[in-house]
Design a binder for this molecule. Structure first.
Ligand SMILES: C=C(O[C@@H]1C=C(C(=O)O)C=C[C@H]1O)C(=O)O
Length: 388
């Protein structure tokens, strides 16, 4: 075998060994091969487990992976055998072949019933000090292909949108089957470089439109929407309150701004801070914030408990946080949304929407439908499972 052929074989073997990936306009970080696992556990013991891990592997180590939605459930984080920051492969024009079957869980009417139930609770509690102010309710869509889903291809196709971070992380096996979580998140939970931190919460959404004038009108309506502004403000205040004790300075711009992906408009606010103690690892700050009211609700524990009762399917790692953290404490953590759990021929897509008093249940069906758009487009199918 000549040198070039050897190099090609080595590169493709490496691709198959891809353990995690985070790819965005700001940079790429990919890990290959499982080197060492962080001892699994809940959010409460994370700081201690991370501290003992890096005291063994040293400051040059790096862990990446996922924290589940439920703070009491076990996380799943790994150190890779090799980490590269070189740009990821160029997205190919290839698409998945064959037919797809789609199955919503729950059906739209079931989701509407859950939203109505949440609104009834909000109405009944109005005026109480601990009243439910916001809850994010999600639904899922199961897409079954004729052939195993090509995760590398999916990741490459998701990366086409410059406004998102495309990610892939491994998940613990379920019923003996290997799984991965793949997505295109637009939402930065927390990044840290030295003493500087940033967060870019999103809440308040509208579907992008193909006609430029209609799209601009949708954005303008979102910027004016009282309901969406209330949803957004709850998230920003929660993040500021949570980060304040860690920070010497914490700032946010006046007002919220519009931000867009290829499929959605959102209200967003960029928060910047300077840490009092810059040795606090990014993953510990992310775990303190998680889950924010962008994916859970307010009051947090109450909303999380109701989500467990109102949603028919366990969120598992959806609406958690995915990211990486190095031995110096730097890292980037994203809200685990616009994603699908992939196992063999099956993809389970998730999408949620914030519910506040005044929300219209069928409008939330439409919003969550629009949020499936990024993943469906990357799989190469429309909402009916027809190839596009
Ligand atoms: C929960 C999701 O998205 C979150 C909810 C939003 C909303 O309710 O407007 C907007 C952005 C995200 O913070 C999701 O995409 O699944």
């Amino acid at each position: 075998m000549n040198a070039l052929a050897r190099k090609v074989v080595a590169a493709s073997a490496l691709q198959e060994d891809l353990l995690f990936a985070f790819q965005s306009r700001r940079g790429t970080i990919r890990g290959f091969g499982m080197e060492a696992a962080l001892q699994r556990g809940p959010a409460a013991s994370l700081a201690e487990r991370v501290g003992s891990f890096f005291s063994k592997v040293g400051a040059d180590g790096l862990i990446a992976g996922a924290l589940p939605f439920d703070r009491d459930a076990d996380d799943y984080l790994w150190q890779a055998s090799q980490v590269t920051k070189t740009p990821a492969p160029v997205p190919s024009a290839a698409r998945h072949a064959g037919r797809w079957r789609l199955r919503p869980e729950p059906e739209p009417a079931g989701y509407v019933a859950a939203v109505q139930r949440a609104l009834a609770i909000m109405t009944a509690e109005e005026g109480q000090a601990d009243a439910l102010a916001k809850i994010v309710l999600a639904r899922s869509l199961v897409a079954v292909a004729e052939h195993p889903i090509d995760i590398g291809m999916l990741l490459a196709r998701l990366s086409i949108d410059p406004a998102i971070t495309a990610f892939m992380v491994p998940l613990p096996h379920k019923a003996g089957r290997s799984r991965a979580l793949v997505g295109a998140t637009p939402e930065l939970l927390l990044s840290k470089a030295g003493g500087r931190i940033s967060s870019h919460p999103l809440a308040g959404s509208a579907r992008r439109q193909s006609d430029i004038a209609v799209d601009a009108a949708a954005a303008a309506a979102l910027a004016r929407s009282d309901k969406d502004r209330r949803e957004h403000q709850i998230v920003v205040e929660f993040i500021l309150d949570t980060l304040a004790p860690f920070c010497r300075h914490l700032s946010r711009p006046e007002g919220m701004s519009l931000t867009s992906t290829r499929s959605m408009w959102h209200l967003g606010t960029r928060i910047e801070g300077e840490l009092r103690d810059e040795t606090v690892p990014a993953i510990v700050l992310a775990a303190a914030l998680h889950p924010t009211p962008a994916v859970c609700g307010l009051p947090r524990d109450r909303a999380a408990q109701l989500i467990g009762q109102l949603e028919p399917h366990d969120r598992d790692f959806y609406a958690g946080t995915v990211g990486w953290c190095d031995g110096r404490g730097d890292g980037a953590w994203y809200v685990t949304i616009r994603c699908a759990e992939i196992s063999g021929c099956e993809a389970r897509l998730y999408a949620g929407a914030g519910i506040v008093p005044g929300s219209d249940p069928w409008a939330e069906v439409e919003e969550t439908g629009a949020k499936f758009g990024a993943l469906l487009a990357a799989l190469g199918i429309d909402t009916q499972g027809v190839r596009i």
